[in-house]
Design a protein around this ligand. Structure first.
Ligand code: PLP
Length: 403
């Protein structure tokens, strides 16, 4: 990958912060946007803005064509069998809430169980907890090792006739662990249990083929994959989406409405109440084409090199502990330095132009499992460089010296 050229594609990377060149290492929270994505948003508002699906006029049809073409780009990106399996949402969080709500309403009764893992983001915990008080389902939590790997051997002991769905993250946003989702799906399916994969931290790093994976649902956010905010994707196998009731009601999701009886639209529109983000879908499609053109395997290789290098450099620092040492890791490093609160580390790195995330990373139960309250997290994207890793390592050393 030609990193000099790639970095030029991202205008924000050339800005300064506190008088220092920006070193953006908060990609797990959101990625920066290439110019083609930014331009697409302007182009759409400048040339093709009209509400979709219900207009007979030229602009509405043009906007509809682009919106639906974008759905097909997403379909191809994850290799879904049909565009009907791609539901646009506001993000990963909304997509999981949709499944939690519709799935539990249709398939769960009191004391049925949903299995998640101990390393889930709050957005794959709380939507299920909300269902605990509505449909009476119970959450079961697959434990993890001290290294941050799922204890796969425990899965079969937890599965019972009450298990209705397994919902796990592909990549941990805190530990970087790449979970063995192929194996989890295989085990779950041997008991006829569907699986939801939270791909919020994987789709931008690892090539995903939902047919090969055979997952039943997969969700991700556009903004973490170089696309715009407020946009997300729910993939669901058609056989499941057909059976699930709508999540929200309103325009676009109906076939016909009367006060006596309302019928619902076909897939995927049944799950897309209200005006969709037809500008966001085009910008997301542009982002996915951008990373596809670079090549997902090239991106993975580059980010893996960054991870290896950053792990080496940070490990040289006295009293620095890395949380998450799984064998199979994505480009995320969480760490804590003895005697330096992660918040202080974050603020003092920021003064040097280095953007990292500090805190519990929306994974409080995981923090409790690790016996800590917070970490500093550096998360790398395709445009990061080894020089930036050096700046991070030097910056951390400088902060340690100050303490
Ligand atoms: N799942 C994981 C693993 C995440 O890292 C995040 C965000 O950090 C989410 C879900 C939620 O994503 P969003 O806030 O875009 O809905």
């Amino acid at each position: 990958m030609d990193l000099t050229q790639i970095r030029k594609d991202f205008p924000i990377l050339s800005r300064q912060v506190h008088g220092k060149p920006l070193v953006y290492l908060d990609n797990g929270a959101t990625t920066q946007k290439p110019k083609c994505v930014i331009d697409k948003i302007t182009e759409m508002y400048t040339t093709t803005n009209a509400n979709v699906h219900r207009g007979v006029h030229f602009l509405s049809q043009a906007a509809t064509d682009k919106h639906e073409a974008s759905r097909r780009v997403v379909q191809q990106f994850i290799n879904a069998t049909s565009a009907n399996e791609i539901v646009f949402t506001r993000g990963t969080t909304e997509a999981i809430n949709l499944i939690a709500s519709s799935f539990c309403r249709e398939f769960c009764k009191e004391a049925d169980e949903i299995i998640i893992s101990a390393m889930e983001h709050h957005s794959n915990i709380v939507p299920w907890q909300l269902q605990e008080s509505i449909s009476g389902v119970k959450l079961r939590v697959l434990p993890i090792t001290d290294e941050g790997e799922i204890e796969l051997g425990q899965l079969e002991t937890m599965i019972s006739s009450r298990t209705k769905l397994i919902s796990v993250t592909h990549v941990s946003n805190v530990l970087g662990t790449i979970n063995p989702i192929e194996k989890i799906i295989e085990i779950a399916h041997s008991y006829n249990i569907p699986v939801l994969i939270d791909a919020a931290q994987s789709v931008q790093h690892i090539s995903i083929d939902v047919q090969k994976l055979d997952c039943d649902f997969l969700v991700f956010s556009s903004h973490k994959a170089y696309g715009p905010t407020g946009m997300g994707v729910l993939f669901g196998k058609e056989k499941w989406l057909e059976k699930l009731p709508p999540y929200q009601g309103g325009g676009e999701m109906i076939a016909s409405v009367s006060f006596e009886k309302t019928t619902f639209a076909n897939l995927p529109f049944k799950f897309e109440a209200g005006t969709p983000d037809y500008i966001g879908s085009s910008a997301l499609a542009t982002a996915l084409k951008y990373i596809s053109n670079l090549g997902m395997d090239n991106i993975l290789k580059h980010e893996h090199e960054l991870l290896t290098y950053a792990t080496e450099r940070l490990s040289e620092i006295d009293n620095l502990k890395i949380y998450g040492t799984a064998k199979n890791k994505s480009s995320v490093i969480s760490f804590v330095v003895d005697g330096v609160h992660p918040y202080d580390m974050g603020v003092l790195l920021d003064m040097q132009g280095i953007a990292v995330r500090t805190g519990h990373h929306c994974a409080e139960p995981l923090m409790r499992r690790l016996g800590i309250e917070s970490t500093v997290r550096a998360s790398f994207a395709l445009y990061n460089t080894k020089d930036e890793v050096d700046v991070l390592a030097k910056g951390v050393k400088r902060v340690v010296k100050m303490f």
